[in-house]
Write a protein that binds this ligand. Structure first.
Ligand SMILES: Nc1ncnc2c1ncn2[C@@H]1O[C@H](COP(=O)(O)OP(=O)(O)OP(=O)(O)O)[C@@H](O)[C@H]1O
Length: 289
């Protein structure tokens, strides 16, 4: 998404003015909420307010301390041959380990704004590195064979974490100690905000946005009844963008529009409602459209 595509709805303006002072004061922010609610988009928008480079890090279970703080990446060798005086031949060779710094090193040393997206997908052992970064302002260089045992964190370094509580339930426990060091703000799906985003990003009418939101809303509700995540704003944005670009009328009387809705929403129905095949799901979406 281009920065200029970001829509500042009233709700988002309120969130921005509420959370900017926390980041300005140097506290890490944690945006949590269901998938597609706009956590990453808001994090990027907040980060752009500080005149610092932004680094995006995606949590995953394979990420380890080496990825963040660095590791030995091979060797460098330096050879000096001294034959200045003809009769004397001197050869000196030195082999050194080559250090490749991790991504967090660059961010903390240069004072970047770090967006650590879906941080809870990484293992607690990896995320433990952030405890001393956030509390003591130092990055420990455990087991890296470096001369220094830690690096000092730049005064402009900021972090915005995002997470989706439902997605990681049972995968990794959220570390209480880490959560204790952040300011957590919950984001939820809101029709008014979604309507404004759809209208502004896709250049459609409010009543057209409402038609799309009503259909995705029904699928979402059915999924929520089963305690599952339904389609997010992403699905509504897909429907609106396709219809706008292909000049498909956003109307439930239009067969092409209904087909787009079926194609985008049927997989959500199959995922959420047990026993429904794609064909059943398509019929169901057609009925509610
Ligand atoms: N304020 C906004 N203005 C314009 N587009 C937005 C806004 N908020 C969200 N979006 C769009 O909605 C979609 C979902 O947003 P985003 O990726 O930020 O959600 P998320 O909560 O981080 O999702 P996930 O948990 O799946 O990573 C994206 O296409 C994003 O560009």
């Amino acid at each position: 998404m281009d920065r200029s595509d970001f829509v500042e709805t009233d709700r988002i303006k309120e969130l921005v003015s509420r959370t900017t002072p926390y980041l300005q004061a140097g506290y890490p922010l944690h945006l949590t909420g269901p998938t597609g609610v706009g956590k990453t988009a808001l994090a990027l928008h907040l980060a752009s307010k500080f005149d610092r480079p932004v680094m995006l890090l995606h949590g995953n279970h394979e990420m380890n301390n080496e990825d963040l703080i660095g590791s030995i990446a091979g060797f460098t060798s330096e050879k000096v041959i001294d034959n200045f005086v003809r009769q004397v031949y001197k050869k000196q060779e030195e082999v050194k380990e080559k250090w490749h710094p991790g991504r967090l090193v660059e961010a903390i040393q240069k004072g970047y704004t770090l967006i650590y997206d879906e941080f809870s997908r990484s293992s607690p052992e990896t995320n433990n590195l952030f405890l001393s970064v956030l509390e003591e302002g130092v990055l420990p260089l455990y087991g890296t064979k470096q001369k220094q045992s830690f690096l000092k964190v730049h005064k402009d370094f900021r972090v915005i974490f995002t997470s989706n509580p439902e997605e990681y339930a049972g995968v990794f426990d959220t570390q209480d100690a880490l959560i204790d060091r952040m300011i957590t703000i919950e984001m939820n799906n809101e029709t008014q905000t979604e309507r404004e985003i759809l209208r502004n990003r896709c250049n459609i009418l409010a009543k057209e946005a409402d038609i799309i939101l009503k259909i995705t809303g029904k699928v979402r509700k059915a999924c929520e009844k089963e305690n599952k995540n339904g389609p997010s704003l992403r699905a509504s944005l897909m429907i609106a963008t396709i219809c706008k670009k292909s000049e498909i009328p956003i109307s439930t009387d239009n067969q092409q529009f209904t087909t787009v809705c079926k194609d985008i929403l049927a997989s959500h129905v199959v995922k959420c409602l047990d026993g429904k095949t794609i064909k059943d799901a398509e019929e169901w979406v057609e009925e509610i459209s």
